[in-house]
Design a protein around this ligand. Structure first.
Ligand SMILES: Cc1cc2nc3c(=O)[nH]c(=O)nc-3n(C[C@H](O)[C@H](O)[C@H](O)COP(=O)(O)O)c2cc1C
Length: 221
């Protein structure tokens, strides 16, 4: 039995997956655990669209082409317009780690852009899911979905399944609503690609750090 601590310590954002599907009953087990996520007033606002096999491949191809065409990102929940101070520093470190692992130099914008587009191919994952919330529940619906993301990621880890949360997959919600035939009031929070990590790929070779507790907790009393 994996402890929550072990799941958190051993998980990482996987950016290259093996072409090996996760058995259906394992996915169902992960979903059942994630479904235990608490939410405000127990509204459970998350509605999930989960794609595998040919359905995942069809979307992978079309979404990648859409992103590559230069379509403007217009997410339902605004992406940060910029990162300042410590957030800029942390973001920079994680970007440097990613590009160094792939041997992409600072000036090589074309290679960096190509790598960013891999988001829309779900990093070759055999499965991807999209998390939506009703507009009526506003920011707290999105918070509940964030908790669901965490539960899913940890439940997957417990089953030896690797994941990556992807805000990038919420870049084109109008396009996705049309693709999935969803009403305007279903808002896209993010996606999660999952499967089994290609452990030999350099993009999966590094681990990100975390701030010290003292940097984030203001103890009073
Ligand atoms: C809500 C959320 C959205 C994210 N979106 C993306 C994304 O679109 N593309 C990506 O490559 N990584 C994405 N990540 C992964 C983060 O970059 C990663 O979690 C962070 O750098 C810490 O590294 P770790 O997950 O390996 O511990 C996202 C993570 C979270 C929690």
């Amino acid at each position: 039995m994996t402890s929550v601590r072990d799941a958190l310590r051993t998980r990482f954002s996987c950016r290259r997956f093996l072409h090996k599907p996760v058995p259906r009953d394992t996915i169902e087990g992960i979903l059942a655990t994630a479904q235990l996520t608490p939410s405000w007033c127990n509204t459970q606002p998350w509605e999930i669209i989960l794609l595998s096999g040919a359905e995942a491949d069809r979307l992978r191809e079309q979404l990648h082409a859409h992103a590559k065409s230069g379509a403007r990102a217009e997410p339902d929940f605004e992406f940060p317009p910029q990162y300042a101070d410590v957030y800029r520093d942390r973001r920079k470190v994680c970007g440097v780690q990613l590009y160094q692992s792939l041997g992409i130099g600072k000036e090589d914008r074309a290679a960096a852009a190509e790598q960013a587009l891999e988001n829309f191919r779900f990093f070759e994952a055999p499965h991807v899911l999209f998390i939506t919330t009703p507009q009526s529940l506003g920011v707290y619906g999105a918070i509940d979905c964030g908790l669901y993301v965490s539960s899913f990621i940890l439940a997957a880890r417990e089953c030896g399944v690797d994941t990556i949360a992807q805000a990038a997959l919420a870049s084109y919600p109008d396009w996705l609503r049309e693709y999935f035939q969803l009403p305007a009031e279903r808002k896209f929070v993010c996606g999660i690609a999952f499967g089994y990590a290609d452990a030999r790929h350099p993009v999966n070779s590094y681990r990100t750090g975390r701030a010290n507790i003292g940097d984030v907790v203001d103890w009073r009393g």
